[in-house]
Write a protein that binds this ligand. Sequence first.
Ligand code: RP5
Length: 161
Amino acid sequence: MKPQVLVLVGSKNDAPKLSGIREALGELGIGFELHVASAHRTPGRVADLVREAERRGVKVIIACAGMANHLAGAVAAHTVLPVIGVPVPGGTLGGMDALLSTVQMPPGIPVATVAIGGARNAGILAAQIIATSDSRLRQRLKAMRSKMLGDVTSTEGEIEL
Ligand code: RP5
């Protein structure tokens, strides 16, 4: 499966908190590749990975980091591909630092930011972007929504006030 999504994590320690990306992309049949690259520790590698990915036909980049998440912004600075930022939870501020540094981009260089630890939504949003030009993927996304409806309504038998 040719990777359509590039996933970058700022540290190997982030990866265990981000399994929702793999799960969502797997459920939707989208190939991805994963690399560790840090905006601060390996800035040149970030630029190289992003430019290579664009050349190889990657359609969306998901950038995940904790603390000061400058990774997503740095990635966005090197490409016009859509970039989704995932603030990774942890540290002394619980992820608020990562959230604000991901979302507060200057005009001209947007990063679509999901919730702190919102890995699954990042995968689904990447799929929705790709689905704008892939009708079969759009059908799979609709099937995912239908399953969600079933999952929610089936809980009604379990609730009481
Ligand atoms: C960020 O700093 C990483 O994304 C990670 O969340 C945080 C701490 O990195 P490690 O010291 O655990 O490698 O760049």
